[in-house]
Write a protein that binds this ligand. Structure first.
Ligand SMILES: *Cc1c(COP(=O)(O)O)cnc(C)c1O
Length: 397
């Protein structure tokens, strides 16, 4: 397990004497490099919500990444870090008039949309902007399908982009999001078919796009499923399907076509880990007579592990080389019964005692952003970053 973890993260976790989230910037950087090698020519706009940590954003921006922002506040954060406005798009289809006007004032000129109502608002508050229309996908095959709240049908997309043209906007592109932690390459194949069909229907209306946005959804590799088995998404096959799809879409289009991608968790999840500690390992008999072990940790759903009810994180118990293990339910410290790992029983060292450090792996995505303000008095975890073997304290999260 420590081998999976990497030397930089392991030494930073070992050096931490209190709870924190550690990000390995060198790891994030090489993950970005790998992605652009696999999908040559793709413009990466990191989905900020997955890790709105200045040092991580700067590390990506330094390599050329832009940002997918979902609110004026995210746009401001990116601008504050020196990212030019033309490398930021407003990727949220849900926005108020005031949000649109503020984003426009901040210099953002490209907006996601999926309805004629939103198009009218963009035309009024960001006149002349570029819009791209999000197509609804089934979300099948993803741990979190994003199917109902966002996106429209192919017919609607033609209506929406036609309305955009009539309102003086530039109908610039189409987008999809196949669902977060997408586990199948078929979902990408399906999305590519939807994009191709819609592009053809748009061409018939004289609308020629300049880009297609594949959204997020690329998986992290280090998670366990709800049964404690390692999730093994077919990432290489996904990249192959995407490369093939890019060729097809390029051939269909009547003009050069650019490709954008908005990865979130894929770039950061496996390069962040949490140093937490043991509260207590208990043994209780349930009303039905069953004897159950519970391992309570200092960190759970409300302070770093928001996604713990859908997936499991690998745990490392440094210093425990015991050969006695018990099967336990692992849970966070709060008075909320949702604050527990999905996995029913996992083997943990029997000798664990209060205060022992625990490392929670693949916790780099959505950890800081989904952290509560201090539910039950459990304060948000601070973070630190490490790079090329050099540790450095970061600002409090
Ligand atoms: C959340 C989000 C992403 C990132 O999703 P991941 O599954 O983390 O890759 C990308 N694009 C949009 C529009 C999003 O809302």
């Amino acid at each position: 397990m420590i081998a999976d973890l990497g030397v930089r993260l392991a030494s930073a976790l070992a050096a931490a004497s209190s709870d924190c989230v550690v990000f390995d910037l060198t790891g994030v950087g090489s993950q970005y490099d790998h992605l652009v090698r696999e999908l040559p020519g793709v413009i990466v706009r990191f989905a900020m919500k997955a890790c709105p940590v200045d040092e991580v954003l700067t590390c990506l921006a330094d390599r050329g990444a832009g940002f997918d922002a979902a609110s004026p506040t995210e746009i401001e954060q990116a601008l504050r870090l020196g990212v030019p406005a033309d490398r930021i798009h407003y990727g949220n289809t849900v926005k108020s008039d005031a949000n649109i006007a503020e984003a426009h004032r901040l210099g953002v000129r490209t907006f996601a949309t999926d309805s004629v109502q939103d198009v009218a608002a963009v035309a009024a508050h960001a006149p002349g902007a570029r819009v791209y229309c999000r197509l609804a996908t089934s979300g099948e095959g993803a741990l979190w399908g994003l199917s109902r709240k966002f996106g429209c049908s192919q017919d609607d997309a033609v209506r929406v982009l036609t309305a955009a043209r009539a309102a003086g906007l530039t109908p610039a592109g189409l987008s999809v999001h196949v669902g977060s932690q997408q586990m199948t390459y078929e979902a990408w194949r399906q999305a590519l078919d939807q994009l191709a069909d819609t592009m053809v229907a748009l061409l018939e209306q004289g609308i020629v796009l300049d880009h297609v946005n594949f959204g997020g959804g690329l998986p992290a590799l280090g998670y366990l499923d709800r049964h404690g088995r390692s999730l093994e998404p077919p990432l290489d096959k996904m990249f192959a399907v995407l490369r093939e799809g890019m060729d097809e879409l390029r051939h269909l289009n009547a003009a050069p076509l650019a490709f954008v991608m908005e990865p979130g968790r894929h770039l950061v999840a496996d390069h962040g880990a949490i140093r937490a500690h043991v509260y207590r390992l208990t043994e209780r008999r349930q009303p039905d007579g069953e004897l159950v072990h519970w391992l309570y940790l200092s960190c759970g759903k409300f302070n770093g592990l928001y996604e713990m009810d859908e997936l499991c994180h690998r745990l490392v118990f440094p210093g425990h080389f015991d050969n006695e293990y018990v099967a336990a339910v692992v849970a966070g410290p709060t008075c909320d019964s949702d604050d527990a790992h999905a996995i029913a029983h996992r083997l943990v060292p029997k000798a664990l005692t209060s205060g022992d450090p625990v490392w929670v792996l693949s916790a780099g995505a959505y950890a800081t952003s989904y952290m509560t303000q201090g539910f039950n008095g459990f304060a948000p975890l601070p973070h630190t970053t490490v790079r090329d073997g050099i540790g450095r304290a970061g600002a409090a999260a």
